[in-house]
Design a binder for this molecule. Structure first.
Ligand SMILES: [Zn+2]
Length: 438
């Protein structure tokens, strides 16, 4: 497991970005053969250099890229396009986990690179990487904790190259990727690139962020997105007002301002938003930077409610005592987290709108769930949404609140306390409800 590295402050990271144009010596404009010359394999000399003699690999059209949060798609894509690599899946580790079932067959036939920004993504989440897709990651990942980011590590496994690129900023990751686009890089040894001094270039975008506070929320945004920030803050206050009706303790439980972190175009996977519950931060593409008609007010309001639920649930569990968040130690399963998020969405946008917009997708797993346990469902949002509506039909908001706030030592203990159903009875009653209502 990779260690959690202390995040530098935003200003330090940005300053570094502008002060250092970090490149492999001789990388640009080098007429070379596309492999590293002995001089370029510098750092140590001769046979003592661990890179010396390592097999080489170069990014090609059969390379697929998987990206965690905090990696700018808009700048990574052009690098991929240079070598004709078309496959990109990312916007967060959870986003990848949710979609691996769909893309696993394609990915098995590609070389894969996982891009990990360790200041944006909790690397402990790598432990949740699905076991059956473990071979998409390089072997011996645990050994990499000894190395200082940024670095890349690629290894051959089962006939394909599996790599990871670790950085503290998207720029660090892009730099390592540019090297792989330009030339061959070592396999089987972690490697990095060293800075050289070059003239700074004028900035094409503003790099300071502004903040705006309103009520219980704080918006963090690039200056040109001020109107977006105001809109988002108004929507967020509206969402909170609606949630308060059902969860009157919400302000007491989430007693710090929640940050709405607005991203520019291309920074997040289309249609994707995410929460960092421990930092009480919700990430969205700014409305004016989001293309496509699906990003309407219903989308934003619903997603603010969904992401807010993750912060609310996290804070409630810290206060309640009893079960924790680890699903392997009696904590709630993933479908409950996402189902709760969808339930918050429903409470805020209303049942009619919810069914109109999401009804089709969210009814898809019904026949599967009549046969299989909730934990086996691939779409945890849809399965969770159904399960929470069952709970609502059975015990109402009040019962769901009791599950959230319970001091029972396990999640299922809390469910039993609130519903009177054991796990087996819950499954049975859920299926009866599905058959009746869906
Ligand atoms: Zn969620």
């Amino acid at each position: 497991m990779l260690r959690r590295t202390c995040a530098g402050s935003m200003s330090i990271r940005l300053t570094l970005f502008f002060l250092l144009a970090v490149m492999l010596t001789g990388c640009t404009g080098a007429a070379g053969t596309g492999t590293l010359s002995p001089e370029e394999l510098s750092g140590t000399d001769g046979s003592a250099n661990p890179l010396q003699g390592a097999p080489q690999w170069r990014m090609g059209s059969n390379t697929g890229i998987l990206a965690g949060a905090g990696v700018n798609i808009a700048t990574v894509r052009p690098l991929q396009q240079k070598v004709g690599a078309g496959f990109y899946l990312g916007g967060g580790l959870q986003y990848i986990y949710d979609r691996l079932p769909v893309h696993r067959d394609a990915l098995q036939t590609l070389d894969t690179l996982l891009l990990l920004n360790i200041t944006a993504e909790d690397v402990a989440k790598l432990a949740e990487w699905p076991q059956r897709d473990r071979n998409l990651l390089p072997p011996a990942l645990e050994d990499l904790v000894r190395y200082e980011p940024p670095f890349a590590y690629l290894a051959r496994q089962g006939g394909r190259v599996r790599g990871i690129v670790v950085g503290r900023t998207t720029e660090e990751i892009e730099r390592l990727l540019s090297v792989m686009v330009e030339r061959s890089v070592p396999l089987g040894v972690p490697w990095t690139v060293k800075p050289v001094i070059v003239a700074a270039e004028p900035s094409s975008r503003s790099w300071t962020r502004k903040t705006l506070e309103r009520g219980r929320f704080l918006a963090s945004y690039p200056p040109e997105l001020e109107r977006d920030a105001e809109r988002m803050l108004a929507w967020a206050e509206d969402v909170l007002g609606k949630l308060r009706v059902h969860f009157p303790e919400v302000d007491e439980v989430v007693n710090e301002p929640v940050t709405l972190w607005l991203h520019g175009a291309g920074e997040l996977q289309p249609g994707y938003a995410y929460a960092e519950p421990s930092a009480a931060t919700l990430h969205f593409t700014a409305p004016s930077a989001a293309g496509g008609s699906s990003y309407d007010q219903t989308w934003y309001v619903g997603n603010i409610a969904h992401e807010y639920s993750h912060v609310f649930f996290d804070r409630i569990r810290r206060r309640a005592g009893g079960y924790g968040m680890d699903a392997n130690a009696g904590g709630p399963p993933r479908w409950f987290h996402e189902g709760l998020g969808e339930y918050f969405r429903l409470l805020v946008i209303g049942e009619q709108t919810f069914d109109r917009v999401y009804g089709q997708r969210y009814n898809t797993p019904v026949s599967f769930l009549l046969q299989s346990p909730l934990e086996a469902a691939e779409d945890v949002y849809a399965a969770g949404a159904l399960a929470l509506r069952f709970l609502h039909a059975r015990v109402g908001v009040e019962g769901i609140r009791r599950i959230l706030m319970s001091s029972q030592p396990t999640f299922w203990g809390a469910v039993q306390e609130a519903t009177g159903l054991t796990r087996t009875e819950f499954d049975q009653a859920f299926r009866d409800w599905l058959r009746r209502v869906r």
